[in-house]
Design a protein around this ligand. Structure first.
Ligand SMILES: Cc1cc2nc3c(=O)[nH]c(=O)nc-3n(C[C@H](O)[C@H](O)[C@H](O)COP(=O)(O)OP(=O)(O)OC[C@H]3O[C@@H](n4cnc5c(N)ncnc54)[C@H](O)[C@@H]3O)c2cc1C
Length: 397
Protein backbone atom coordinates (compact mmCIF):
# COMPACT_ATOMS: atom_id res chain seq x y z
CA UNK A 1 0.00 0.00 0.00
CA UNK A 2 1.71 3.17 -1.15
CA UNK A 3 -0.43 5.85 0.43
CA UNK A 4 0.06 5.73 4.18
CA UNK A 5 -2.78 4.35 6.25
CA UNK A 6 -1.14 5.85 9.31
CA UNK A 7 -1.98 4.14 12.61
CA UNK A 8 -4.22 6.33 14.74
CA UNK A 9 -5.80 5.88 18.09
CA UNK A 10 -9.41 4.69 17.84
CA UNK A 11 -11.86 7.18 19.33
CA UNK A 12 -12.65 6.23 22.91
CA UNK A 13 -10.44 3.16 22.80
CA UNK A 14 -6.81 2.36 23.29
CA UNK A 15 -6.48 -0.07 20.37
CA UNK A 16 -4.25 0.87 17.44
CA UNK A 17 -5.83 0.70 14.04
CA UNK A 18 -4.82 -2.39 12.13
CA UNK A 19 -3.94 -2.03 8.48
CA UNK A 20 -4.43 -4.45 5.65
CA UNK A 21 -4.84 -4.28 1.91
CA UNK A 22 -8.32 -5.82 1.78
CA UNK A 23 -10.84 -6.27 4.55
CA UNK A 24 -13.53 -8.90 3.97
CA UNK A 25 -16.71 -8.75 6.05
CA UNK A 26 -18.45 -12.12 6.46
CA UNK A 27 -17.15 -15.69 6.36
CA UNK A 28 -20.08 -17.50 4.79
CA UNK A 29 -19.58 -19.27 1.44
CA UNK A 30 -19.07 -15.95 -0.43
CA UNK A 31 -16.56 -14.46 2.04
CA UNK A 32 -14.61 -17.71 2.25
CA UNK A 33 -14.53 -18.07 -1.53
CA UNK A 34 -13.22 -14.56 -2.04
CA UNK A 35 -10.61 -14.99 0.72
CA UNK A 36 -9.40 -18.27 -0.83
CA UNK A 37 -8.99 -16.52 -4.19
CA UNK A 38 -7.23 -13.52 -2.60
CA UNK A 39 -4.85 -15.92 -0.85
CA UNK A 40 -4.04 -17.61 -4.18
CA UNK A 41 -3.40 -14.17 -5.72
CA UNK A 42 -1.11 -13.13 -2.88
CA UNK A 43 -3.33 -10.23 -1.77
CA UNK A 44 -3.04 -9.56 1.99
CA UNK A 45 -6.42 -9.55 3.72
CA UNK A 46 -8.20 -9.78 7.03
CA UNK A 47 -11.65 -11.41 7.25
CA UNK A 48 -14.11 -10.58 10.03
CA UNK A 49 -17.04 -12.83 10.93
CA UNK A 50 -19.67 -11.99 13.54
CA UNK A 51 -20.46 -15.65 14.27
CA UNK A 52 -18.47 -18.15 16.29
CA UNK A 53 -17.58 -20.24 13.24
CA UNK A 54 -17.43 -20.02 9.45
CA UNK A 55 -20.77 -20.54 7.68
CA UNK A 56 -22.57 -19.07 10.69
CA UNK A 57 -25.87 -18.70 8.82
CA UNK A 58 -25.81 -22.42 8.00
CA UNK A 59 -25.17 -23.27 11.64
CA UNK A 60 -28.44 -21.51 12.44
CA UNK A 61 -30.58 -22.93 9.62
CA UNK A 62 -33.15 -25.63 10.49
CA UNK A 63 -31.85 -29.17 10.89
CA UNK A 64 -33.68 -30.79 7.96
CA UNK A 65 -32.10 -28.48 5.37
CA UNK A 66 -30.16 -29.95 2.43
CA UNK A 67 -28.79 -28.00 -0.51
CA UNK A 68 -31.46 -28.02 -3.20
CA UNK A 69 -28.78 -27.48 -5.85
CA UNK A 70 -26.67 -30.41 -7.01
CA UNK A 71 -23.37 -31.18 -5.25
CA UNK A 72 -21.27 -30.87 -8.40
CA UNK A 73 -22.68 -27.40 -9.13
CA UNK A 74 -22.52 -25.94 -5.63
CA UNK A 75 -18.83 -26.16 -4.65
CA UNK A 76 -16.66 -23.11 -4.00
CA UNK A 77 -13.53 -22.36 -6.08
CA UNK A 78 -10.50 -24.67 -5.74
CA UNK A 79 -12.24 -27.40 -3.70
CA UNK A 80 -14.86 -29.97 -4.77
CA UNK A 81 -17.23 -31.62 -2.32
CA UNK A 82 -16.01 -35.02 -1.13
CA UNK A 83 -17.11 -37.71 -3.60
CA UNK A 84 -19.02 -39.62 -0.91
CA UNK A 85 -21.30 -36.65 -0.13
CA UNK A 86 -24.88 -37.14 -1.36
CA UNK A 87 -26.13 -35.38 -4.52
CA UNK A 88 -28.04 -32.91 -2.30
CA UNK A 89 -25.63 -32.08 0.50
CA UNK A 90 -27.13 -32.06 4.03
CA UNK A 91 -26.62 -28.96 6.18
CA UNK A 92 -24.10 -30.57 8.56
CA UNK A 93 -22.02 -31.90 5.66
CA UNK A 94 -22.06 -28.44 4.11
CA UNK A 95 -20.72 -26.98 7.38
CA UNK A 96 -18.05 -29.71 7.45
CA UNK A 97 -17.11 -28.74 3.88
CA UNK A 98 -16.85 -25.04 4.83
CA UNK A 99 -14.61 -25.86 7.81
CA UNK A 100 -12.29 -27.94 5.64
CA UNK A 101 -12.37 -25.24 2.96
CA UNK A 102 -11.25 -22.52 5.38
CA UNK A 103 -8.53 -24.76 6.80
CA UNK A 104 -7.16 -26.15 3.54
CA UNK A 105 -7.21 -22.85 1.66
CA UNK A 106 -5.65 -21.00 4.57
CA UNK A 107 -8.49 -18.60 5.32
CA UNK A 108 -8.52 -17.71 8.99
CA UNK A 109 -11.32 -15.29 9.66
CA UNK A 110 -11.42 -13.51 13.01
CA UNK A 111 -14.53 -14.95 14.63
CA UNK A 112 -16.97 -13.14 16.92
CA UNK A 113 -16.08 -9.84 15.23
CA UNK A 114 -19.27 -8.07 14.22
CA UNK A 115 -18.74 -5.05 12.02
CA UNK A 116 -20.83 -2.15 13.26
CA UNK A 117 -19.53 0.55 10.97
CA UNK A 118 -17.60 0.72 7.70
CA UNK A 119 -17.00 4.04 6.03
CA UNK A 120 -14.76 5.65 3.49
CA UNK A 121 -11.65 7.10 5.09
CA UNK A 122 -9.10 9.27 3.36
CA UNK A 123 -6.90 6.51 1.98
CA UNK A 124 -9.37 3.65 1.90
CA UNK A 125 -11.95 2.22 4.28
CA UNK A 126 -12.24 2.37 8.03
CA UNK A 127 -14.08 -0.52 9.64
CA UNK A 128 -15.05 -0.83 13.30
CA UNK A 129 -16.24 -3.88 15.18
CA UNK A 130 -18.50 -4.23 18.21
CA UNK A 131 -15.53 -5.39 20.27
CA UNK A 132 -13.71 -2.13 19.54
CA UNK A 133 -11.46 -3.28 16.70
CA UNK A 134 -10.56 -0.63 14.13
CA UNK A 135 -9.24 -1.60 10.70
CA UNK A 136 -7.95 0.54 7.90
CA UNK A 137 -7.89 -1.07 4.48
CA UNK A 138 -7.37 0.04 0.92
CA UNK A 139 -10.30 -2.11 -0.17
CA UNK A 140 -13.47 -3.42 1.48
CA UNK A 141 -15.31 -6.56 0.38
CA UNK A 142 -18.82 -6.92 1.78
CA UNK A 143 -19.85 -10.60 1.90
CA UNK A 144 -22.53 -10.42 4.57
CA UNK A 145 -25.17 -12.25 2.52
CA UNK A 146 -28.57 -11.26 1.19
CA UNK A 147 -30.08 -13.29 4.06
CA UNK A 148 -28.62 -11.17 6.85
CA UNK A 149 -31.67 -9.90 8.70
CA UNK A 150 -35.04 -11.70 9.02
CA UNK A 151 -38.08 -9.89 7.62
CA UNK A 152 -40.63 -9.97 10.45
CA UNK A 153 -44.04 -8.57 9.43
CA UNK A 154 -46.71 -7.76 12.03
CA UNK A 155 -50.49 -8.02 11.74
CA UNK A 156 -53.34 -6.40 13.66
CA UNK A 157 -54.23 -8.30 16.82
CA UNK A 158 -50.91 -10.14 16.98
CA UNK A 159 -50.07 -8.91 20.47
CA UNK A 160 -53.19 -10.67 21.82
CA UNK A 161 -52.38 -14.05 20.19
CA UNK A 162 -51.93 -16.73 22.88
CA UNK A 163 -49.64 -18.96 20.82
CA UNK A 164 -46.02 -18.51 19.84
CA UNK A 165 -44.89 -16.52 16.78
CA UNK A 166 -41.36 -17.04 15.52
CA UNK A 167 -39.37 -16.37 12.38
CA UNK A 168 -38.03 -19.37 10.45
CA UNK A 169 -34.52 -18.16 11.39
CA UNK A 170 -35.27 -19.47 14.91
CA UNK A 171 -36.86 -22.75 13.78
CA UNK A 172 -34.72 -25.83 14.51
CA UNK A 173 -37.11 -28.76 14.02
CA UNK A 174 -40.79 -29.64 14.47
CA UNK A 175 -40.38 -31.50 17.76
CA UNK A 176 -41.78 -28.70 20.00
CA UNK A 177 -44.98 -28.68 17.92
CA UNK A 178 -45.77 -32.40 17.89
CA UNK A 179 -49.58 -32.78 17.94
CA UNK A 180 -50.10 -29.01 17.64
CA UNK A 181 -51.65 -26.81 14.95
CA UNK A 182 -49.02 -24.67 13.28
CA UNK A 183 -49.44 -22.00 10.61
CA UNK A 184 -46.45 -21.45 8.31
CA UNK A 185 -46.66 -18.04 6.65
CA UNK A 186 -45.11 -18.11 3.17
CA UNK A 187 -44.49 -20.89 0.66
CA UNK A 188 -40.94 -20.13 -0.40
CA UNK A 189 -38.37 -22.91 -0.20
CA UNK A 190 -38.03 -22.46 3.55
CA UNK A 191 -41.79 -22.41 4.24
CA UNK A 192 -42.32 -25.42 1.99
CA UNK A 193 -39.66 -27.49 3.76
CA UNK A 194 -40.68 -26.42 7.27
CA UNK A 195 -44.22 -27.61 6.50
CA UNK A 196 -42.77 -31.03 5.59
CA UNK A 197 -40.67 -31.07 8.75
CA UNK A 198 -43.68 -30.18 10.92
CA UNK A 199 -45.67 -32.99 9.33
CA UNK A 200 -42.80 -35.44 9.88
CA UNK A 201 -42.75 -34.43 13.55
CA UNK A 202 -46.45 -35.13 13.99
CA UNK A 203 -47.66 -31.52 13.93
CA UNK A 204 -50.66 -30.29 11.88
CA UNK A 205 -49.22 -27.74 9.44
CA UNK A 206 -51.14 -25.20 7.36
CA UNK A 207 -49.37 -22.89 4.90
CA UNK A 208 -50.65 -19.37 4.31
CA UNK A 209 -50.17 -18.49 0.64
CA UNK A 210 -51.12 -14.97 -0.32
CA UNK A 211 -50.17 -14.93 -4.02
CA UNK A 212 -49.81 -17.36 -6.94
CA UNK A 213 -46.95 -19.83 -6.61
CA UNK A 214 -44.46 -20.92 -9.22
CA UNK A 215 -43.38 -24.49 -8.44
CA UNK A 216 -40.70 -26.60 -10.10
CA UNK A 217 -39.67 -30.12 -9.10
CA UNK A 218 -36.14 -30.46 -7.66
CA UNK A 219 -35.65 -33.42 -10.02
CA UNK A 220 -37.42 -34.16 -13.27
CA UNK A 221 -37.04 -37.37 -15.30
CA UNK A 222 -34.08 -38.36 -13.14
CA UNK A 223 -32.17 -35.12 -13.64
CA UNK A 224 -31.69 -32.19 -11.27
CA UNK A 225 -33.70 -29.14 -12.34
CA UNK A 226 -30.64 -26.97 -11.64
CA UNK A 227 -28.56 -29.02 -14.10
CA UNK A 228 -31.33 -28.70 -16.71
CA UNK A 229 -31.41 -24.93 -16.06
CA UNK A 230 -27.63 -24.72 -16.60
CA UNK A 231 -27.89 -26.66 -19.89
CA UNK A 232 -30.77 -24.46 -21.12
CA UNK A 233 -29.33 -21.15 -19.99
CA UNK A 234 -28.29 -20.17 -23.54
CA UNK A 235 -31.91 -20.30 -24.76
CA UNK A 236 -33.98 -17.09 -24.92
CA UNK A 237 -35.85 -16.30 -21.69
CA UNK A 238 -39.29 -16.78 -23.25
CA UNK A 239 -38.37 -20.30 -24.43
CA UNK A 240 -36.89 -21.27 -21.04
CA UNK A 241 -39.97 -19.91 -19.36
CA UNK A 242 -42.30 -21.96 -21.55
CA UNK A 243 -40.26 -25.13 -20.91
CA UNK A 244 -40.29 -24.39 -17.16
CA UNK A 245 -44.07 -24.01 -17.17
CA UNK A 246 -44.46 -27.24 -19.13
CA UNK A 247 -42.21 -29.14 -16.68
CA UNK A 248 -44.19 -27.73 -13.77
CA UNK A 249 -47.47 -28.79 -15.39
CA UNK A 250 -46.17 -32.28 -16.22
CA UNK A 251 -44.83 -32.72 -12.68
CA UNK A 252 -47.78 -31.30 -10.73
CA UNK A 253 -50.74 -30.79 -13.07
CA UNK A 254 -53.26 -28.11 -12.17
CA UNK A 255 -52.52 -26.77 -8.69
CA UNK A 256 -55.48 -24.39 -8.50
CA UNK A 257 -57.72 -27.06 -6.96
CA UNK A 258 -55.20 -27.20 -4.07
CA UNK A 259 -55.55 -23.48 -3.41
CA UNK A 260 -52.33 -22.62 -5.21
CA UNK A 261 -52.82 -20.11 -8.00
CA UNK A 262 -50.57 -20.19 -11.06
CA UNK A 263 -48.58 -16.97 -11.68
CA UNK A 264 -48.72 -15.24 -15.05
CA UNK A 265 -45.01 -15.85 -15.64
CA UNK A 266 -43.00 -19.07 -15.41
CA UNK A 267 -39.88 -19.90 -13.39
CA UNK A 268 -37.35 -18.29 -15.76
CA UNK A 269 -39.18 -14.93 -15.85
CA UNK A 270 -39.57 -15.06 -12.07
CA UNK A 271 -35.83 -15.68 -11.60
CA UNK A 272 -35.04 -12.84 -14.01
CA UNK A 273 -36.93 -10.56 -11.61
CA UNK A 274 -34.82 -11.81 -8.70
CA UNK A 275 -37.51 -14.12 -7.25
CA UNK A 276 -36.98 -17.80 -6.61
CA UNK A 277 -39.62 -20.45 -7.45
CA UNK A 278 -40.57 -23.14 -4.95
CA UNK A 279 -38.23 -26.04 -5.65
CA UNK A 280 -40.45 -28.85 -4.53
CA UNK A 281 -39.06 -31.64 -2.39
CA UNK A 282 -42.41 -33.09 -1.31
CA UNK A 283 -44.60 -30.21 -0.08
CA UNK A 284 -47.00 -30.45 -3.04
CA UNK A 285 -47.49 -34.20 -2.47
CA UNK A 286 -48.36 -33.58 1.20
CA UNK A 287 -50.80 -30.82 0.23
CA UNK A 288 -52.43 -33.15 -2.30
CA UNK A 289 -52.83 -35.81 0.40
CA UNK A 290 -54.36 -33.28 2.80
CA UNK A 291 -51.45 -33.65 5.25
CA UNK A 292 -50.45 -30.01 4.80
CA UNK A 293 -53.37 -27.59 4.46
CA UNK A 294 -53.36 -24.40 2.41
CA UNK A 295 -54.91 -21.10 3.53
CA UNK A 296 -54.97 -17.64 1.93
CA UNK A 297 -52.92 -14.69 3.22
CA UNK A 298 -53.14 -13.60 6.87
CA UNK A 299 -55.52 -10.69 7.55
CA UNK A 300 -55.23 -10.46 11.35
CA UNK A 301 -54.63 -12.42 14.51
CA UNK A 302 -57.15 -13.33 17.21
CA UNK A 303 -56.24 -14.70 20.65
CA UNK A 304 -56.82 -18.32 19.53
CA UNK A 305 -55.75 -18.17 15.90
CA UNK A 306 -55.72 -16.33 12.62
CA UNK A 307 -58.29 -14.68 10.31
CA UNK A 308 -57.41 -15.02 6.61
CA UNK A 309 -57.98 -12.60 3.76
CA UNK A 310 -61.07 -14.56 2.58
CA UNK A 311 -62.68 -14.01 6.01
CA UNK A 312 -62.23 -17.60 7.19
CA UNK A 313 -60.56 -18.23 10.55
CA UNK A 314 -58.70 -21.15 12.09
CA UNK A 315 -57.22 -21.85 15.51
CA UNK A 316 -53.44 -22.24 15.80
CA UNK A 317 -50.98 -23.01 18.58
CA UNK A 318 -48.04 -21.41 16.80
CA UNK A 319 -47.21 -19.33 13.74
CA UNK A 320 -43.88 -19.64 11.91
CA UNK A 321 -42.94 -16.74 9.67
CA UNK A 322 -41.17 -18.04 6.58
CA UNK A 323 -41.19 -14.47 5.33
CA UNK A 324 -37.60 -14.19 4.16
CA UNK A 325 -34.65 -11.97 4.85
CA UNK A 326 -33.01 -8.77 3.64
CA UNK A 327 -29.34 -7.70 3.48
CA UNK A 328 -29.87 -4.45 5.47
CA UNK A 329 -26.38 -3.20 4.66
CA UNK A 330 -27.27 0.28 5.87
CA UNK A 331 -26.97 -1.09 9.44
CA UNK A 332 -23.19 -0.85 9.18
CA UNK A 333 -22.14 0.35 5.72
CA UNK A 334 -21.88 4.07 5.03
CA UNK A 335 -21.78 4.57 1.28
CA UNK A 336 -23.50 6.77 -1.32
CA UNK A 337 -27.16 5.77 -1.76
CA UNK A 338 -26.58 5.17 -5.49
CA UNK A 339 -24.41 2.13 -4.70
CA UNK A 340 -27.51 0.20 -3.56
CA UNK A 341 -30.81 -0.27 -5.40
CA UNK A 342 -34.28 0.52 -4.01
CA UNK A 343 -34.36 -2.83 -2.20
CA UNK A 344 -31.01 -2.16 -0.52
CA UNK A 345 -29.12 -4.66 -2.73
CA UNK A 346 -25.76 -3.68 -4.28
CA UNK A 347 -26.17 -2.67 -7.92
CA UNK A 348 -23.03 -4.54 -8.96
CA UNK A 349 -19.90 -6.29 -7.67
CA UNK A 350 -17.90 -3.03 -7.68
CA UNK A 351 -19.19 0.28 -6.38
CA UNK A 352 -16.84 2.10 -8.79
CA UNK A 353 -16.28 5.85 -8.68
CA UNK A 354 -19.20 6.30 -6.24
CA UNK A 355 -17.20 4.53 -3.53
CA UNK A 356 -13.72 3.50 -4.73
CA UNK A 357 -12.37 0.26 -3.31
CA UNK A 358 -15.79 -1.08 -2.28
CA UNK A 359 -16.76 -4.54 -3.56
CA UNK A 360 -19.66 -6.93 -2.98
CA UNK A 361 -19.92 -10.69 -3.38
CA UNK A 362 -22.87 -13.01 -2.85
CA UNK A 363 -25.59 -10.56 -3.82
CA UNK A 364 -25.85 -11.32 -7.52
CA UNK A 365 -28.80 -13.41 -8.68
CA UNK A 366 -27.82 -16.55 -10.51
CA UNK A 367 -29.34 -16.26 -14.00
CA UNK A 368 -32.05 -18.76 -14.90
CA UNK A 369 -32.01 -20.87 -11.72
CA UNK A 370 -28.42 -21.98 -12.14
CA UNK A 371 -27.73 -21.73 -8.38
CA UNK A 372 -26.57 -19.06 -5.96
CA UNK A 373 -23.55 -21.00 -4.71
CA UNK A 374 -22.53 -21.68 -8.30
CA UNK A 375 -22.76 -17.95 -8.97
CA UNK A 376 -20.61 -17.20 -5.90
CA UNK A 377 -18.03 -19.71 -7.17
CA UNK A 378 -17.92 -17.77 -10.46
CA UNK A 379 -17.93 -14.26 -8.99
CA UNK A 380 -15.31 -14.74 -6.25
CA UNK A 381 -12.34 -15.43 -8.60
CA UNK A 382 -13.23 -12.43 -10.83
CA UNK A 383 -13.52 -10.19 -7.80
CA UNK A 384 -10.16 -11.35 -6.42
CA UNK A 385 -8.61 -10.85 -9.87
CA UNK A 386 -10.01 -7.29 -10.05
CA UNK A 387 -8.48 -6.54 -6.63
CA UNK A 388 -5.11 -8.03 -7.59
CA UNK A 389 -5.15 -5.93 -10.78
CA UNK A 390 -6.03 -2.74 -8.90
CA UNK A 391 -3.15 -3.43 -6.51
CA UNK A 392 -0.72 -4.01 -9.37
CA UNK A 393 -1.83 -0.75 -11.03
CA UNK A 394 -1.29 1.14 -7.76
CA UNK A 395 2.18 -0.36 -7.38
CA UNK A 396 3.13 0.87 -10.89
CA UNK A 397 2.06 4.47 -10.12
C1 LIG B 1 -32.26 -21.76 3.85
C2 LIG B 1 -31.41 -21.47 2.66
C3 LIG B 1 -31.05 -22.51 1.79
C4 LIG B 1 -30.25 -22.25 0.68
N1 LIG B 1 -29.93 -23.29 -0.15
C5 LIG B 1 -29.18 -23.03 -1.24
C6 LIG B 1 -28.84 -24.10 -2.13
O1 LIG B 1 -29.24 -25.24 -1.94
N2 LIG B 1 -28.07 -23.82 -3.21
C7 LIG B 1 -27.63 -22.56 -3.48
O2 LIG B 1 -26.95 -22.36 -4.48
N3 LIG B 1 -27.95 -21.53 -2.65
C8 LIG B 1 -28.71 -21.74 -1.55
N4 LIG B 1 -29.03 -20.70 -0.72
C9 LIG B 1 -28.64 -19.34 -1.10
C10 LIG B 1 -27.18 -18.98 -0.76
O3 LIG B 1 -26.30 -19.81 -1.47
C11 LIG B 1 -26.86 -19.09 0.71
O4 LIG B 1 -27.64 -18.15 1.42
C12 LIG B 1 -25.37 -18.84 1.01
O5 LIG B 1 -25.12 -19.10 2.37
C13 LIG B 1 -24.95 -17.42 0.66
O6 LIG B 1 -23.62 -17.23 1.07
P1 LIG B 1 -23.10 -15.82 1.58
O7 LIG B 1 -21.72 -16.02 2.07
O8 LIG B 1 -23.35 -14.80 0.54
O9 LIG B 1 -24.08 -15.43 2.78
P2 LIG B 1 -24.18 -16.08 4.24
O10 LIG B 1 -24.10 -17.55 4.19
O11 LIG B 1 -25.41 -15.47 4.83
O12 LIG B 1 -22.88 -15.54 4.99
C14 LIG B 1 -22.73 -14.20 5.38
C15 LIG B 1 -21.82 -14.18 6.61
O13 LIG B 1 -21.61 -12.83 6.99
C16 LIG B 1 -21.66 -12.73 8.40
N5 LIG B 1 -22.04 -11.37 8.76
C17 LIG B 1 -23.20 -10.73 8.52
N6 LIG B 1 -23.17 -9.48 9.00
C18 LIG B 1 -21.93 -9.29 9.57
C19 LIG B 1 -21.29 -8.20 10.22
N7 LIG B 1 -21.91 -7.03 10.41
N8 LIG B 1 -20.03 -8.37 10.68
C20 LIG B 1 -19.37 -9.55 10.50
N9 LIG B 1 -19.94 -10.63 9.88
C21 LIG B 1 -21.22 -10.51 9.41
C22 LIG B 1 -22.73 -13.76 8.78
O14 LIG B 1 -22.62 -14.16 10.15
C23 LIG B 1 -22.45 -14.89 7.80
O15 LIG B 1 -21.54 -15.84 8.30
C24 LIG B 1 -29.80 -20.94 0.40
C25 LIG B 1 -30.18 -19.91 1.28
C26 LIG B 1 -30.96 -20.17 2.39
C27 LIG B 1 -31.34 -19.04 3.31
Amino acid sequence: MRESLAPERAVGATAEREETDTLVIGAGPAGLAVCACLRKSGVPFIALERGERVGWAWKGHYERLHLHTARDHSALPHRKFPADFPQYVPRLCFLEYLDAYARDLDVQPRLGEEVVRARRAEAGWETRTKRGGVFLSRRLVVATGYNRVPVVPRWPGQEGFRGEVLHSARYTNGEPWRGRRVLVVGIGNTGGEIAIDLHEHGAEPTIAVRSPVCVVPRDFLGSSTQVTAILMNWLPLAVRDRIGRLVSWLAFGDLSSLGLGRPASGPAALLARGRIPLIDIGTIGLIRRGLVRVAPGVERFEPEGVVFTDGSKRPFDAVILATGYRPQLEDFLECPRAVLDEGGYPRGPEAGAEAPGLYFVGFRNAPGGTGHLRQIARDAPSLAAAIAQARAAEARR
